[in-house]
Design a protein around this ligand. Structure first.
Ligand code: HAM
Length: 417
């Protein structure tokens, strides 16, 4: 066992899986760029205050943050998510609205590692600042949906809820507090602690003793103002018009405190219930203001790369595939020929690898085989003397000897046919 291993909850993403990650981000960028979103690359590290504004009733902020004092004595943290950074960026740069951005990259939460739950995990996401229109909520949700379709996922379901306007939410939270406090000691100990901090999150409890009280809890829909109800209705009408199936889940509250009005979650069909949220999002209309910017409505989502790829594995779509090399150059006359040939091939857009260390023909052919290349391009003594190369198809077919000068044309033609 080597002295160093990755820390708990941190992983190396090795090839060919790493290639799949890159394609994942590329597919996401294609989907959202087609809808007018542009990439924002926020830093991994921010002033701690950026994240504490997410709210002090969420574990992500109070328990799971990687925060520390840097050498300049600043309290900083590795980002646990990117919505707060996007809002900080908006408040700092004041771009014109609507500001439609997407992002991808790692986040850090000190969680208990398990399948689908890591301490460093990647997300892709979008955020839009400056638009109140419920049709934007529909667009945002539809883009998440479309992305899952683009990956080939078919078992994802969409849960939707509205937390109402801030006043509605506040009244609802008080009603929940009264309701759960009446349960007293019958609530699980953990939920009693949660209740003191954020009664909404008690609705998230999966613990057995809490279930009857969750069942009988007041319903958020009874607290909606007319505006909140109209907004939520319009979102549902829009989703129906786009044929996006959804379930209204009145107990959906989400784990972060900044949400107002529309919230949603995409659930995988195959994962354990503790890890089946592939992604989620919602409106966070007060967050930019909390970060020192002008009052600005905002909405977005983030999708977990790890969990979505687990769902892809389970559904048998969006496989990891090693990139297909066109040529593997086998040079048994010193290695210089291979240097020139691979350079020429790559310059012509034909991927090429080679053997090193002047190894025997047999050893290099073994490498060519293992590389998965479509063709071995062989230069032996005879070819070297004649200015020719042998092209051997690696997946069946006859080998041919051709002049070196025809190599690129020959391989271009064969790979395109
Ligand atoms: P979140 O629900 O905390 O929301 O995270 C979104 C997704 O990130 C989750 O559904 C999950 O797939 C993935 N995820 C979260 N924690 C972990 C973890 N420890 N390991 C693996 N995957 C994880 C947000 O982060 C909000 N910023 C979403 C948002 C954007 N709301 C509005 N705009």
């Amino acid at each position: 066992m080597p002295e160093f291993q990755t820390s708990p909850g941190m992983r190396d993403i090795l090839p060919p899986e790493s290639g799949r990650w890159r394609r994942f981000t590329a597919v996401f960028a294609d989907v959202v760029e087609a809808a007018g979103y542009q990439q924002l690359i926020p830093p991994l590290l921010e002033d701690l205050g950026v994240f504490t504004r997410i709210g002090d009733a969420t574990d992500v902020v109070t328990k799971e943050m990687y925060d520390f004092v840097d050498k300049g004595k600043r309290r900083v943290a590795l980002r646990p998510e990117q919505t707060a950074s996007v809002c900080r960026s908006f408040a700092q740069h004041r771009p014109t609205v609507p500001w439609k951005v997407f992002y991808s990259g790692p986040n850090f939460r000190y969680e208990k590692p398990q399948r689908g739950r890591y301490r460093q995990f990647d997300q892709v996401g979008i955020e839009v600042l400056g638009v109140d229109d419920p049709m934007l909520d529909v667009e945002v949700i539809a883009l998440g949906w479309e992305f899952y379709r683009a990956l080939g996922l078919r078992q994802v379901t969409l849960q939707l809820n509205s937390l109402g306007e801030p006043d509605d939410r506040a009244r609802y939270v008080e009603a929940l507090r009264t309701h759960f406090e009446a349960a007293g000691e019958q609530l699980s100990e953990q939920s009693r602690i949660t209740l003191a901090k954020n009664p909404l999150r008690v609705l998230d409890s999966k613990r057995e003793p809490d279930q009857p009280f969750i069942e009988s809890a007041p319903q958020i829909a009874d607290f909606y103002s007319d505006e909140a109800a109209a907004h939520f209705d319009a979102v549902q009408v829009g989703l129906r018009a786009l044929d996006i199936p959804f379930v209204v889940e009145p107990k959906l509250v989400r784990g972060l405190d900044y949400y107002r009005r529309t919230i949603f979650e995409f659930l995988g069909g195959t994962l354990d219930s503790a890890q089946n949220a592939l992604g989620g999002g919602g409106r966070y209309d007060g967050l930019v203001e909390a970060l020192g910017g002008p009052a600005t409505p905002g909405i977005g989502f983030a999708l977990g790369v790890d969990r979505t790829l687990i769902a892809c594995d389970d559904e048998g779509c969006f496989d990891a595939e090693a990139p297909q090399l066109v040529a593997f150059v086998v040079d048994v006359v010193g290695g210089l020929e291979a240097a020139v040939l691979t350079t020429d091939l790559r310059a012509a857009g034909l991927s090429a690898d080679r053997g090193y260390d002047n190894r025997s023909m047999k050893a290099q052919m073994k490498l060519a085989n293992r590389s998965g290349a479509s063709f071995a391009v062989i230069v032996g003594e005879q070819e070297h003397a004649d200015g020719t190369v042998v092209i051997k198809p690696m997946h069946g077919g006859d080998q041919v000897t051709i002049p070196r000068s025809e190599l690129i044309a020959h391989l271009s033609e064969t790979t395109n046919s």
